[in-house]
Write a protein that binds this ligand. Structure first.
Ligand code: TXA
Ligand code: MG
Length: 321
């Protein structure tokens, strides 16, 4: 077992090692932002391409501000209202934030996680940590310490903070334009998550800001938000066409995937619970002898939270019917 207590994780991080830590969304593979060898090790361990930037995790707003060259009042509202929590904010990076972390971008992604153990670790360190999800590149994110162990076969120390309560990666948003004198800004959600676009708008409106949300369809995709992502060990088929019978589905996909042993992935009817359990379901049901996972999408699953889940499920799917 490579499970370590939080105190040891702090020592390991301070001595340039990488450690998997719990957050409320998914487990992260953490390394101190000021140690280039730790950052390189994160990319190497995950086999993550260098064009995919990392999120910097901070203990509080003060630490976030030290990582940026500009912090506008709209970011201040969002950080104050949503942190600690599952919202990542993009801001122009400070010169000391390495290009390896930001994949050459002039912006940095920042987040303060809402998890007691993560905050305990971050508060004990002088420096923030960069942390992508603690899984091999393009695979399903881990929502428990056991998932991390199975991902890296015990090669990476992990702090066990229990099952993640949110279960989907953080919402990523950026302010694309701001007029402080008019209290007007434009906000773009780059990755959907448990913090919903309407939540962001409502909080800003409550502080007197007029907001235009750049619709999801027109999004510039965040680097690293690839179409193929979150993939389980065996193929996943997402069925949106409700008119198809089970037999129709098997007939349609049978020439592309092995339908010898089908596992049906059933989501909870509450989107918060569906999100919390989605990745553990993908891992557990996706084990041998199962050969294919099939998930029927219900037409009742409408609304912003379901859109976040649909985003992950479609990227995880090999076939969508
Ligand atoms: O919930 C989460 O955000 C988890 C936990 C561990 O905090 N982390 C996570 O990291 O999901 P990761 O590496 O799997 O996803 C990070 C994504 C990148 O793929 C990219 O899309 C986006 O964050 N990102 C990072 N820096 C960015 C930037 N400067 N501009 C736009 N997008 C950025
Ligand atoms: Mg990831």
């Amino acid at each position: 077992m490579s499970v370590v207590p939080a105190g040891e994780a702090v020592e390991l991080l301070n001595s340039k090692s990488i450690v998997a830590i719990p957050t409320e969304t998914v487990y992260g593979l953490a390394g101190r932002i000021d140690f280039p060898e730790a950052i390189e090790n994160i990319f190497a361990t995950k086999q993550r391409p260098s064009f995919d930037p990392l999120i910097v995790h901070v203990a509080d707003i003060q630490q976030a501000k030290a990582c940026v060259s500009d912090w506008n009042p709209a970011l201040q509202v969002l950080a104050t209202d949503f942190w600690p929590g599952p919202l990542t904010l993009i801001a122009p990076k400070a010169p000391h934030i390495s290009d390896v972390i930001t994949a050459g971008l002039d912006t940095v992604a920042l987040r303060c996680p809402n998890h007691e153990v993560a905050l305990q670790i971050l508060k004990k360190m002088d420096q923030p940590v960069a942390a992508p999800s603690a899984n091999m590149f393009s695979k399903t994110s881990p929502t428990s310490a056991a998932h991390v162990e199975s991902e890296f076969h015990g090669r990476v120390p992990v702090v066990d903070g229990g099952p993640c309560q949110v279960g989907l990666e953080s919402t990523i948003c950026r302010i694309t334009s701001i007029d402080e004198s008019q209290q007007y800004c434009e906000v773009q959600v780059l990755r959907r998550g448990a913090v919903l676009p309407s939540d962001i708008q409502r909080k800003l409106n409550a502080k007197g800001w007029k907001v235009t949300l750049i619709p999801a369809e027109k999004n510039v995709i965040a680097p690293g938000q690839l179409k193929i992502h979150y993939r389980p060990a065996i193929p996943l088929v997402l069925v949106k066409d409700n008119s198809l019978s089970d037999k129709d589905i098997v007939n349609k996909v049978g020439h592309q995937v092995d339908v010898q042993n089908i596992q049906w992935l059933k989501l909870n009817e509450s989107p918060a619970l569906a999100a919390r359990t989605l990745y553990s379901q993908l891992r557990e049901l996706g084990q041998a002898p199962a050969t294919v996972l099939i998930c029927r999408w219900s037409k009742n699953w409408t609304g912003e939270f379901w859109q976040s889940i649909e985003d992950r499920l479609s990227r995880a799917s090999q076939i969508v019917l």
